[in-house]
Design a protein around this ligand. Structure first.
Ligand code: BES
Ligand code: MN
Ligand code: ZN
Length: 492
């Protein structure tokens, strides 16, 4: 499955198989940038009657033009009802319709609207178009005569340097998202911890990054007790990956991603319903790799480090158990009360290790708690950070990227609640505020790093059987992460 390539259409002679015009209900189609002859055809099509611009309405005509033989109007619905989700699914449907009509090159014009104009909006549209045909089909029979759109040329009024930059950046972000989705969608019988570390090594080689992989003996030497405990119950041994890449002298940013390749819950086993979805418990790690990839391809002038704790959480004779006391990388001991709270056990080691090199920023992403999904639903992540400035920057980045995020509390009561009976800490507390408790647990492992943030992405990381739209990993976090990094290191 190929990505759609996006470019600017030349205004004097837009060329393609199909001209696609997005139209609001009760308004003229966006014709300002069309050559005169084309405008006449569109006006005739509208005057012909029956055209309303209702959401989902479609109408088509042929034109006597070799370089642009067809035009299609696609209804966007009412102007004041357009929102991010509608625009994204409209773009996907419009591309799918064009593909069915055997168009490979599409020229696209959208009407003036706050969601279609300006750098951030343009970036989102390019990203959504680039990914409109994303499918994970590595494990399917090849479909020989599959129809696909290859290129979309945008008719944009604004053609300055900023748009050119957005065009390049958004397509690298899209490639990073596709990369993250491919990894995350890979089934758990293939995507073991070792497979994940192999993928990280391959990526590092491609990007010219340094890559260190710790296997069992290294983990023992480095005192990664959390990773070893959770990994103990699986035939697929655990790994810890550390990647370093340098694009310039900007800030030192460390990214940590939860990489549980499959989460059965371990001895505290999960119910079987939808357990298959726990292959997505590695989404944090996959997103962080997609983020590194995009940032490196854009040559952002900063220093990036990535830490990936990789385990499979299985029930077995060798599994860690409720009651066990485990010593983590920073020396703190944890009383295991529930083996299904495994994410925080492995993140404890990874974050403590990451904190040792005193980064300017530490951003951690994990499908950490079902409680966060209960609180926020599936459209946005929970943001935890002690820094108001960092919270603001991440919220702004998310807003521009079109990924939802909501700040959650790091109250001292939760940090206190994670103290153990016979160890320094325990891995679960009471029934309430489970996402906050998990975040508070992590706060015991950030050392002296002041600007750290935890994103609980359990909701938005994937669309499960009960979700809406196309199923699978979303790559959530790559777009907002790249936007945030671009502002930290302004050069792109
Ligand atoms: N991987 C899960 C969290 C999760 C749940 C992700 C649903 C995506 C969708 C995590 O390891 C987990 O099992 N968390 C427990 C914590 C509990 C034992 C304190 C949970 O959320 O139930
Ligand atoms: Mn779990
Ligand atoms: Zn988990």
């Amino acid at each position: 499955m190929g990505m759609v390539t996006i470019s600017l259409a030349p205004l004097d002679r837009p060329t393609g198989d199909l001209l696609l015009l997005g139209c609001f209900a009760g308004e003229e189609p966006p014709m300002a940038l069309l050559p005169d002859g084309v405008r006449a055809v569109v006006q005739e099509l509208v005057r012909g009657g029956g055209w309303h611009g209702r959401e989902g309405q479609h109408c088509e005509a042929t034109m006597e033009r070799e370089e642009l033989p067809r035009v299609a109007l696609e209804g966007l619905g009412k102007r004041d009802e357009l929102d991010l989700g509608r625009l994204q699914s409209w773009l996907a449907k419009a591309v799918a319709q064009a593909a069915r009509d055997e168009a490979q090159r599409v020229v696209l014009a959208l009407p003036e609207h706050e969601l279609t104009r300006g750098a951030a909006a343009t970036g989102r549209i390019i990203r959504w178009l680039a990914l409109a045909q994303y499918r994970f089909d590595r494990f399917r029979e090849r479909d020989e005569d599959q129809r696909e759109v290859r290129e979309v040329e945008l008719l944009l009024p604004d053609r300055g340097a900023e748009v050119a930059r957005e065009m390049a950046a958004a397509q690298e972000v899209a490639a990073g998202i596709a990369f993250a989705r491919d990894l995350a969608n890979t089934p758990p019988n293939v995507a073991t911890p070792e497979w994940m570390s192999d993928q990280a090594e391959l990526l590092a080689a491609e990007l010219g990054a340094e890559c260190e992989v710790l296997a069992t003996e290294d983990l023992e030497r480095e005192r990664m007790g959390g990773v070893l405990a959770v990994g103990a119950g699986s035939e697929n041994p655990p790994r810890m990956v550390r990647l370093s890449w340098r694009g310039g002298d900007g800030p030192h940013v460390t990214l940590v991603g939860k990489g549980v390749t499959f989460d059965t819950g371990g001895i505290s086993i999960k119910p079987s319903k939808d357990m298959d979805e726990m292959k997505y418990d590695k989404c944090g790690a996959c997103t962080v790799l997609g983020l590194l990839r995009a940032a490196a391809k854009l040559r952002l002038p900063l220093r990036l480090e990535v830490f990936l704790p990789l385990v499979e959480n299985m029930p077995d004779g060798r599994s860690y158990r409720p009651g066990d006391i485990v010593r983590c990388r920073n020396g703190k001991t944890v009383e295991v009360l529930n083996t299904d709270a495994e994410g925080r056990m492995i993140l404890a080691d990874a974050m403590a290790w990451a904190a040792e090199s005193a980064p300017d920023y530490l951003l951690e992403l994990s499908t950490l708690t079902g409680a966060c999904v209960v609180a926020l639903g599936q459209n946005g992540a929970g943001l935890y950070t002690p820094s108001d400035a960092l919270a603001g920057d991440l919220a702004d980045a998310a807003e521009r990227a079109g990924e939802r995020l909501w700040r959650m509390p790091l109250w001292p009561e939760f940090k206190e609640s994670m103290k153990g009976t016979h160890a320094d800490l325990r891995n679960v507390a009471g029934r309430w505020g489970g996402a906050n408790a998990a975040a508070a647990f992590l706060s015991h492992f950030v050392g002296d790093v002041a600007r750290w943030a935890h994103l609980d992405i359990a909701g938005p990381a994937y669309v499960g059987s009960d979700g809406e739209g196309s199923k699978g990993a979303t790559g959530y976090g790559v777009a907002l992460g790249v936007d945030w990094l671009r502002r930290l290191a302004p050069a792109f």
